[in-house]
Structure formats: structure tokens, C-alpha cells
Design a protein around this ligand. Structure first.
Ligand code: FES
Ligand code: FES
Length: 164
């Protein structure tokens, strides 16, 4: 199949990928070394492939790579500062015990980041609703919810956020 170019911003840097029209964003990212974006169900159900597209969480297995032309894609790699410091949301997942399997974690972190960008003081219900599309197969949700609450605290303490 003839490949086509798609140009978009990945974690703040412009990139151009050569992809088959049928290639999903998930597969294109992974083929280009962005392996934090995990391949789970590939049916839009599990959330392990979550990325932020222009700031909104999307399941990258449900999009064609060509659909992100001109858009901004953020993965967890893009949350780390230039000097290698973890983003407060990432730090909070360590402190709160939200990193359990590592497989669902990137999607959880990105969804939490998007939530806190919009709502810096979420209730437990807000957190549950936001994370409803991100499945934890080991049912360790309490550590994940605790981590999102910890992230909100860290951000309020001025650790810097979201949209920065
Ligand atoms: S791999 Fe995309 S939602 Fe499961
Ligand atoms: S912590 Fe990842 S599946 Fe449960």
C-alpha cells in the first residue's frame, strides 16, 4: 500500500511519519519508538493507548495516524522536563502507589494530567468519571485514585502544571 506523510507535533517537536493510510496512531507511534503508548485491546476499550490530542485524552488505537495532521500529540515522555525531572503528576503516581503494572500507567497519568488541567480540585467522583475509560486489570484503583489526589496537592503546592 502506498505510504503517505503525516506531520504533527509530538511532545512539542514537529515530526513527519511515513505511514500506510490504514495505520493507526497507536501503531505509528510505537513503530517510531514511542513505546509508552501501550497496545492493549486495540478496540477503544482499555485506555492503555491514551494520548492527549490538542490537550484532550483520546485512544490512539481508534484514530488513523493521518488524522493527526497539524495537531499536537502528547505522550508521557512529553511530561518530563528538559532536565529530566518528572512532572508532578508522574511524581504523584510514584508517591501514591499508582504505578502497579506499568502497562496502564501512561494512559492513567495522561488522563489525570488532562483532568487536572481542567479541574485542579477534583472530587472522588470527578476522578472516577475521568478515569472511567482507563481500565486497571488488577483492580488497583485505590492507589490510582490516591495518586490523582496527591497530584492535585502537589500542583496546588506550586509544583507547576499542566499546560506549561
Ligand atoms: S489499545 Fe486502545 S483502547 Fe485499548
Ligand atoms: S495497575 Fe495497571 S492494570 Fe492495574
Amino acid at each position: 500500500m502506498t505510504k503517505r506523510e503525516v506531520t504533527f507535533t509530538l511532545n512539542g517537536r514537529p515530526v513527519t511519519y511515513l505511514v500506510e493510510p490504514r495505520t493507526t496512531l497507536l501503531r505509528a507511534l510505537r513503530e517510531h519508538g514511542v513505546t509508552s503508548v501501550k497496545r492493549g485491546c486495540e478496540e477503544g476499550e482499555c485506555g492503555t493507548c491514551t494520548v492527549l490530542l490538542d490537550g484532550i485524552p483520546v485512544k490512539s488505537c481508534t484514530l488513523l495516524a493521518l488524522e493527526v495532521e497539524g495537531k499536537a500529540v502528547l505522550t508521557v515522555e512529553g511530561l518530563v522536563s528538559k532536565d529530566g525531572k518528572l512532572h508532578p503528576v508522574q511524581q504523584a503516581f510514584i508517591e501514591g502507589g499508582g504505578i502497579q503494572c506499568g502497562f496502564c500507567t501512561p494512559g492513567m497519568v495522561l488522563t489525570a494530567y488532562a483532568l487536572l488541567s481542567e479541574n485542579p480540585d477534583p472530587t472522588e467522583d470527578d476522578i472516577r468519571r475521568a478515569l472511567a475509560g482507563n481500565l486497571c486489570r488488577c483492580t488497583g484503583y485505590s492507589g490510582i485514585f490516591r495518586s490523582v489526589k496527591r497530584a492535585a496537592e502537589l500542583l496546588k503546592e506550586g509544583a507547576g502544571c499542566c499546560n506549561s
